[in-house]
Design a protein around this ligand. Structure first.
Ligand code: FES
Length: 92
């Protein structure tokens, strides 16, 4: 079980390793943790946001991010699983 912190609000939610960050944010059910989503499979990029700290893993081979975007810390929370405590900024 990891912890996700949203910046700049500092609100937190539980982020189990077996659940995507989008699912965990939705499970927290707080209005200020609302994250836009559409395809929920890593292709539309609606949920794109910034990983400020921590690590995520993907179980699909091709999350819709370029190598440069990954280097910049952009993630797709609909297909990103936490691999540590994370800090994320919802609007990329
Ligand atoms: S909701 Fe489409 S990429 Fe995340």
């Amino acid at each position: 079980m990891f912890k996700a912190t949203v910046v700049p609000s500092s609100h937190t939610f539980a982020a189990p390793a077996h659940q995507t960050l989008l699912q965990s944010a939705e499970a927290a059910n707080a209005p200020d943790l609302k994250l836009e989503s559409s395809c929920r499979n890593g292709t539309c990029r609606t949920c794109l946001c910034q990983l400020v700290q921590g690590q995520v893993t993907y179980r699909i081979e091709w999350p819709g991010l370029s190598v440069d975007e990954k280097r910049q810390g952009l993630i797709l929370p609909c297909v990103a699983y936490p691999a540590s405590d994370v800090k994320i900024r919802f609007a990329a």
